[in-house]
Design a protein around this ligand. Structure first.
Ligand SMILES: Nc1ncnc2c1ncn2[C@@H]1O[C@H](COP(=O)(O)OP(=O)(O)OP(=O)(O)O)[C@@H](O)[C@H]1O
Ligand code: SF4
Ligand SMILES: [Mg+2]
Length: 309
């Protein structure tokens, strides 16, 4: 039985989109619309879906930076600390602090160690992520994008978390640098038995890194299962569309494999029935009923009555 660290049940997250002159919310953005998910120790769970489908909202929810509007999201008793790595390393690093202080900021907040111990910790972590110790007194702007992301990773590791949420960790980087950062993440995961939630709009990054993958559409998971299986033999019509929009042969980390931006139907006025109905080539009358995520015969789960068996 694998160890569950995080659990989401029937989670909805709404944001106020418009208010009237009395300050009452008259319109809402429905960012997450019934998320059920469990995250297991040691796995990399990939989250893929087009812009606006709710990936970063999910990340914030997992981190406890957001609360569900309804439903439940909690860490189980066996979960330890969590940290996050963002897409843009520069905006997530304080530009006025020397790098060694940035790296140890999470432990500084806990105030359990001396300055000398923190300096030592920064040196150890710098070595693990491939930053030279003599650079630790420099400011973040002195580093390249890839080095800054290494610093952000060291920072995430400093409090020795179990889980790291990676929100588009390599999207801002050149392709060759992307591969180096992904390899570093794999190495650190093996050394520390880390659990990753890897968010990316880049299907090839997710395929390369993930054990399981959740495909999201309009704030819901439409398909969930082993990454290789889901991304090579998609069942849900949306996953199929997603993969058809990226060339299958090509360099594994080529950015041309990034998901094309397509129009999401409004998350202010949710569709009735299957959310994918307007775009689905297989839509029929039975699709007017709301769809739930159902276990399919081959061990994955699919939100489409026509594709479950
Ligand atoms: N704080 C907020 N207030 C209002 N609306 C928000 C807020 N945060 C997110 N949204 C909306 O919720 C929806 C989901 O946004 P989210 O950032 O989670 O998408 P995403 O999948 O991360 O997109 P991207 O790939 O572009 O990063 C979007 O319509 C977005 O505009
Ligand atoms: S339920 Fe119908 S519309 Fe929705 S994905 Fe399946 S076939 Fe398409
Ligand atoms: Mg996002």
């Amino acid at each position: 039985m694998s160890d569950i660290l995080l659990e989401l049940a029937h989670v909805h997250v709404n944001f106020p989109a418009r208010k009237n002159w009395l300050g009452r919310v008259t319109e809402q953005v429905h960012a997450l619309n019934g998320m059920d998910l469990q995250i297991h120790r040691g796995e990399t769970l990939g989250i893929v879906g087009e812009s606006g489908c709710g990936k970063s909202t999910l990340a914030q929810l997992l981190m406890g930076m957001l609360r569900p509007s309804t439903g439940d999201c909690h860490r189980t008793n066996s979960a330890g600390g969590m940290q996050m790595v963002f897409q843009d390393p520069l905006s997530s690093l304080d530009p006025r602090l020397p790098v060694w202080r940035i790296i140890t900021e999470p432990v500084w907040v806990q105030k359990r160690s001396s300055e000398r111990e923190r300096r030592q910790l920064a040196e150890n972590l710098a070595q693990q992520v491939g930053i030279r110790a003599e650079y630790l007194d420099r400011l973040p702007h002195a580093f390249s994008g890839g080095q800054r992301q290494r610093i952000a990773i060291a920072r995430a590791l400093s409090s020795d978390p179990d889980i790291i949420v990676l929100d588009e960790p390599t999207s801002a980087l050149d392709i060759s640098v992307q591969a180096q950062i992904l390899n570093l993440l794999v190495k650190l995961q093996q050394q520390r038995n880390l659990t990753y939630v890897l968010i990316s709009h880049n299907v090839s990054v997710v395929r390369h890194m993930s054990d399981r993958v959740a495909v999201m559409y309009l704030g819901q998971i439409v398909e969930l299962g082993p990454a290789r299986q889901v991304l090579s033999q998609p069942r849900h019509p949306y996953t199929q569309l997603l993969l058809d929009s990226v060339p299958r042969t090509g360099e594994p980390l080529d950015d041309s494999l990034a998901l094309q931006k397509t129009d999401l139907p409004g998350n202010r006025h949710l569709p009735t029935g299957c959310y994918f109905r307007d775009r689905c080539p297989l839509a029929t009358e039975g699709c007017q009923a709301p769809q739930s995520l159902q276990p399919a015969a081959d061990g994955r789960a699919v939100r489409c009555w026509r594709k479950v068996t």
